[in-house]
Write a protein that binds this ligand. Structure first.
Ligand SMILES: C[S@@+](CC[C@H](N)C(=O)[O-])C[C@H]1O[C@@H](n2cnc3c(N)ncnc32)[C@H](O)[C@@H]1O
Length: 257
């Protein structure tokens, strides 16, 4: 997957067709590779109350356009991390004039070395799938939070297309039974989970429609690897939701003071 992300961030910053895809699907081009549109980002801001003077960490920030947007909207200081060097370099170069509010560094979420008791909010938009040890990663994130700190995590779980229907365990769809929910519980964390499955379905269908229309332009720009990745995701999610075997949640954790 790292090869995919290296190629992805090498091209999307300057791709007209990818910019149009993001604008039409997510409502704004933030070079997203996650599945949150502007309404979902608004929900993230609403649950966390992110605002001036707060310190946030965006885990798996890619080229940092989502972090920049959230910081511009709220006045919060946001630090982004991602394991793709080029994406972090793009983020640093683009936001050099906003360095008092935005910082970025390269790091692997499977080898985290975060400063303790530093952040008021940790954000993760479709990145914790890449943790090799979710319980351990959540434990490390908790250590990096200040007392009263929060985590806001967009996370989906469902049947992947290659898993036979009768082998997928439907009881893992409940918010406390997904791999992330189980990892939060294993860390003794209480959470609220807001269900965004209906929005996920609408966006998967929209992605398919927009991709079908933009296919010749993805081809002309030599970006069929992105087209194939995006359409595979959209088809898999749509099918799983139609089978009742997929959920998307916004998990919100607040530590005690
Ligand atoms: C699905 S994309 C989401 C990106 C962004 N949060 C968004 O919503 O558009 C996953 C991101 O996680 C990053 N990533 C994947 N594995 C990682 C790892 N082990 N350590 C740090 N970042 C990782 C990828 O480079 C990519 O930017």
């Amino acid at each position: 997957m790292k090869d995919f992300y290296e190629q992805f961030y090498a091209v999307v910053a300057t791709s007209p067709v990818h910019a149009e895809f993001c604008e039409r699907v997510f409502g704004r081009n933030l070079s997203q590779h996650g599945f949150s549109d502007m309404a979902q980002l608004e929900a993230l801001l609403h649950v966390t109350g992110l605002g001036p003077g707060m310190q946030a960490l965006d885990l798996g920030c890619g080229s940092g356009m989502v972090a920049e947007y959230l910081s511009d909207c709220t006045g919060a200081h946001i630090t982004g991390l991602d394991y793709i060097d080029l994406a972090i370099q793009q983020a640093q170069a683009r936001t050099a004039a906003k360095a008092d509010h935005l910082q970025f560094f390269t790091a692997d979420l499977n080898a985290l070395d975060l400063p303790p008791r530093t952040y008021d909010v940790i954000l993760s938009i479709d990145t914790l799938y890449f943790s090799a040890d979710l319980t351990g990663t959540i434990g490390q994130l908790v250590q990096a939070l200040r007392p009263g700190g929060q985590m806001a995590i967009f996370y989906a779980h469902g049947r992947e297309p290659w898993v036979p229907l009768d082998e997928f365990q439907a009881d893992t769809l409940a918010p406390d039974r997904t791999p992330l929910g189980a990892a939060l519980c294993a860390n003794g964390l209480a959470f609220q989970a807001l269900d965004f499955t209906a929005e996920e379905y609408r966006l998967a269908r929209l992605r398919q429609e927009v991709l079908a229309e933009l296919r010749p332009r993805f081809e002309a720009e030599g970006l069929m690897f992105i087209y194939d990745n995006r359409s595979g995701d959209a088809q898999g999610i749509r099918q799983a939701i139609e089978d009742g075997l997929h959920r998307r949640y916004l998990y919100h954790v607040r530590l005690s003071d």
